[in-house]
Design a protein around this ligand. Structure first.
Ligand code: PNS
Length: 165
């Protein structure tokens, strides 16, 4: 029987509990979920590429059907190279919809055989984004419960290293 494989793409700077919720739920729908970390994002990241991969691998280590990989260039080309049927994206609020719709339609135009599957974010994380996590943390707010504890630890190390320079 053919394996159903999905790509869950993103920048993951850093991975949040909202991402993990989508990964866990999508891993129940597909035989394999590949977390595709975009290499050449134009954003200046908090965590460099290797750090992000290391963190993500550690936090999904207990889920055998989840794999972490990197990609460059067009997402649909990457999905096809992995023989993936689907792209999974999380939607938090109506404000996500327009951007996600544009991407899904463009991706469908480029690769009609790849379906985008949207999953509604868990209510508890519906306001959560990597950007807000970074902002709150940098302003000394608590991010406990919003990101895996490893992410919080690594963010504290980053802040400390910044203070020491
Ligand atoms: O976590 P993000 O930053 O919202 O993820 C955005 C991502 C990586 C899914 C998107 O930027 C992407 O797919 N980039 C790859 C380049 C590409 O295929 N662009 C055309 C999309 S329609």
């Amino acid at each position: 029987m053919r394996m159903r494989r999905a790509i869950y793409p993103g920048s993951f700077d850093p991975i949040t509990n909202g991402h993990l919720d989508i990964i866990e739920r999508s891993s129940k729908l597909f035989d394999e979920v590949i977390i595709g970390v975009l290499v050449n994002s134009q954003k200046t990241p908090l965590f460099n590429f290797d750090e992000r991969i290391e963190i993500i691998r550690a936090v999904v280590a207990d889920w055998p059907q989840v794999r972490v990989d990197t990609f460059n260039g067009l997402l649909v080309n990457y999905a096809q190279s992995q023989q993936a049927d689907c792209i999974v994206r999380g939607i938090r609020a109506v404000s996500d919809y327009e951007y996600e719709l544009q991407m899904a339609l463009m991706n469908r135009r480029l690769a009609p055989n790849i379906e985008t599957v949207f999953m509604m974010a868990a209510e508890d994380y519906s306001y959560l984004s990597s950007r807000l996590v970074k902002e709150v943390f940098m302003l000394n707010g608590s991010i406990t419960g919003l990101v895996p504890s490893l992410v919080e630890e690594k963010m504290k190390e980053k802040l400390q290293a910044k203070k020491n320079t």
